[in-house]
Design a protein around this ligand. Sequence first.
Ligand SMILES: NC(=O)c1ccc[n+]([C@@H]2O[C@H](COP(=O)([O-])OP(=O)(O)OC[C@H]3O[C@@H](n4cnc5c(N)ncnc54)[C@H](OP(=O)(O)O)[C@@H]3O)[C@@H](O)[C@H]2O)c1
Length: 295
Amino acid sequence: METRKLGNTDLEVTRLAFGGARIGFEDVTNDQVDALLNGLLDNGVTFLDTAACYDDSEELIGKFVSHRRDEYVLASKCGHVAGDATSEPWAADTIAHSIDRSLQRLKTDRIDLMQLHSCSAEVLQEGEAVETVVRAQEAGKVRYVSYSGDGENALHAIGMGVFATLQTSYNVVDQKARGSVLPAAVEAGMGIVAKRPIANGAFGKAASPYSYADEYWDRSQEMAVPDGAPEDRIELALRFTLSHDAIDTAIVGTTKLANAQSNIEALAKGPLDASVTKSLQDQFDRLGADWDSRT
Ligand SMILES: NC(=O)c1ccc[n+]([C@@H]2O[C@H](COP(=O)([O-])OP(=O)(O)OC[C@H]3O[C@@H](n4cnc5c(N)ncnc54)[C@H](OP(=O)(O)O)[C@@H]3O)[C@@H](O)[C@H]2O)c1
């Protein structure tokens, strides 16, 4: 499978990767997650993304694939209150506790990317949140200090020069990052991870697949599928995202091994025809003045 080095880090990851939110929030059986996570690794996927606040996502990864820890690059996130209702978001003790909790739940002694989970530019400026992750890095708990977020907050994070990677929204109906965020992150030598890379599976669907996808589904109703685009709308959405050269990897969320396998097959088809990509970009630029990057 095609791989990329994440910016200036020494981490190499597959361009198709796994987003762990859905296994945390959806009703999934242990057998299903076991087959999914081990199947992803068996199929050569080498990057797993999760977060402290994705319900039991970290625990499931720890439970079912920690025995294969050397086979994957592992990213998690911190900053929200998770597992301790008395603490404040972004405070040093919240983040320090969250990182220790993530290590325990993921059953590992190191997390490759620890991402501040969508904090504001103000929180970044205060310094406490970043310094706490840096201290975890110095203690060997975290390999790289990273940021997850969008728009002006992401631009601020990039400008600080302390983050190794950026996780940001990028997909066919959420392309604002194309303007300044992606070029700035590339210029800064950061690895770039696309979140929500297939627009929550909403593009080209007759109905929104679930309420979280409603906003993307509404946007997708206004966009036309260009001539020459692949029939399969999930394939179209995934290949659109990965056709942008700045995107190192797309963390597709899924609860199903069969869907992961079909996404791997889509990736193998390579970038979309340039005219299809251009049409989708032009449509977004024409229609999407108010379609901000979703956090
Ligand atoms: N940092 C942040 O604040 C933030 C915010 C949002 C997301 N994220 C990260 O980004 C990851 C991905 O985002 P996401 O899960 O919201 O959206 P997504 O990856 O764009 O879409 C996920 C949806 O697509 C469906 N899907 C996947 N492959 C499919 C296929 N081949 N055929 C049909 N449906 C398919 C999934 O359903 P099935 O389960 O049925 O396959 C799921 O409903 C998250 O898991 C998380 O790691 C981060």
